[in-house]
Design a protein around this ligand. Sequence first.
Ligand code: GLN
Length: 194
Amino acid sequence: MNVGVVAVQGDFEKHLNSLRATGREGLNLTEVRTPEELASVERVILPGGESTTVGLLMQRFGLGDALRQAASEGMPVWGTCMGMILMAKEIEGRPDQYSLGILDVTVRRNAFGAQVHSFEDEVSVKSLKDGSEDFASMGVFIRAPIVTRLGEGVEAISHYEEKVVAVRQGRLLGTSFHPELTEDVRFHEAFLDL
Ligand code: GLN
């Protein structure tokens, strides 16, 4: 299976490590910076980072258009934190900010406020696979966004203090927190099975 991680900026190395740590056989990992690299993978992760910078660079390299096209053709995409912001249809209060618009949600950036830049706490996550159990995972939140509107066909799969912090829309996944910064690879496994 060919899996890519968008490697323009941010914590893409951590995702590559977590994918390796799943121990899946036949996993072929690619750092994706260009439309050509994207064309060589079957699913892709958008990591955490700075959404304004990465959005501008993806737009400039043509990677944004290529990703939008791939997602519309059914490619599984998972965005963590910045990645989810970039996938969103709408960014609260920032109509000018570039995003792919593939995930029918509205996100609020830096939603936990200036005082709480980062924190860790347990989050419970709805199972991503029929017949498997919901699970608890450590949520690492770093200037994290939340989801404030869910479009049709979008399911909230995790809440934290009544805020939506993970969503699924078919083969698209978004999380406010960073499973790649923990030892827990169940999210990465679930993404590979999506
Ligand atoms: N606050 C960042 C942004 O809006 C996201 C932070 C992250 O990815 N850890 O781009």
